[in-house]
Design a protein around this ligand. Structure first.
Ligand code: EPU
Length: 300
């Protein structure tokens, strides 16, 4: 959203092992680190953010594992001939790979499964942690294993059936995603590219993709309590589209997209979010929960 201040400490690990070391170092200094992926679903408060931020920005590797059993960390032996596109159907992706890069890598092989992430900004680590996606599917549809830094500061591999992903929540709690093993279905290159293009076009029609936003601000409420209305529809119905506080604005295009028109502060955005939440609650009785993460200058 291009708002917010500076981090007191910023650590930039380049590998899963360095990520583990960074987490341990922060905890030894008494800070629970905040993990910054692509920042696509995040509002950072104004001012100086105390404590440690760890960015996964340098952990951009994506590769095809040769040994399926344990190879979430190592790269395949370079002397082995390249696999054909029918082989394996798996990528290992480290946390800092962009969704875009992951989708391009899969579509160039005609591997299907993650086209639903087309146009979803951000990094794979955040995508796994939050189960990023939309109506055409999401990250956890394809996750086979995930390598995390756990609460004790160890790198631990979790199988899919040890995890309980849900709507917009990877279910990993305080575990930090280092790397993930993703499984795809074999399809043709044109079919995968065409589907990706289709989803992207549909999304462009209803979402302000070129403006500075954090995607959807609120989670969609339980359809039973909201009579089937989505968060965007509720904000729309109470007439708040187009409302501004400073340079923070609820877009005319979609009630669940709030944008920075240029010089918004985090405080403007947070005030606009509270205005929408209380107005929707007062007029419809539905309480909207944040989907976007907010880093305030208080406790991590
Ligand atoms: N609608 C309105 N007014 C609005 C916005 C939407 O009437 O201001 C209507 C639309 O016409 C449509 C319905 O509401 O009939 C649903 O809208 P949309 O298809 O845009 O889906 P959504 O539920 O608002 C979800 C995800 C998006 C994802 C899209 C498409 C959540 C909170 N949002 O939006 O995810 O891109 O589906 O798959 O789950 C995100 O998580 O950040 C995000 C953008």
């Amino acid at each position: 959203m291009r708002v917010g201040g500076r981090a007191e400490w910023l650590l930039e690990p380049a590998t899963p092992e360095e990520l583990r070391q960074a987490v341990v170092a922060a905890r030894e200094l008494g800070h629970e680190p905040r993990i910054l992926g692509g920042g696509a679903n995040l509002i950072v408060d104004d001012g100086v953010l105390p404590g440690v931020v760890i960015t996964t920005d340098r952990m951009k590797r994506i590769f095809r594992p040769i040994v399926m059993s344990t190879n979430l960390v190592e790269e395949p032996d370079a002397r082995i001939a390249p696999a054909s596109r029918e082989d394996g159907l798996r990528f290992v992706s480290w946390a800092g790979t962009t969704h875009q890069k992951l989708l391009t890598s899969a579509s160039e092989l005609g591997w299907s499964g993650l086209e639903g992430l087309a146009g979803v900004p951000g990094h794979v680590g955040g995508g796994v942690a939050m189960n990023a996606g939309g109506k055409w599917g999401g990250m956890w549809d394809q996750v086979e294993r995930v390598l995390v830094v756990d609460e004790r500061g160890d790198l631990v591999e979790l199988m899919r059936d040890q995890c309980s992903p849900r709507y917009r929540n990877g279910g990993l709690g305080r575990k930090i995603v280092a790397s993930v093993l993703l499984k795809f279905r074999l399809d043709s290159v044109p079919a995968v590219k065409e589907r990706t293009r289709e989803f992207l076009q549909a999304k462009n029609k209803v979402q302000p993709v070129s403006l500075w936003s954090a995607g959807c601000i609120f989670k969609n409420p339980d359809p039973e309590t909201s009579a089937g209305r989505t968060a965007g529809q509720l904000v729309d119905q109470v007439g708040l589209k187009g409302t501004r506080i400073g340079d923070a604005e609820i877009t005319d295009l979609h009630g669940n997209f709030f944008v920075n028109r240029g010089n918004a502060t985090a405080r403007d955005l947070l005030a606009l979010i509270e205005l929408a939440r209380t107005t929707v609650a007062d007029r419809t009785g539905v309480f909207l929960e944040n989907e976007v993460k907010v880093w305030t200058s208080g406790a991590a």
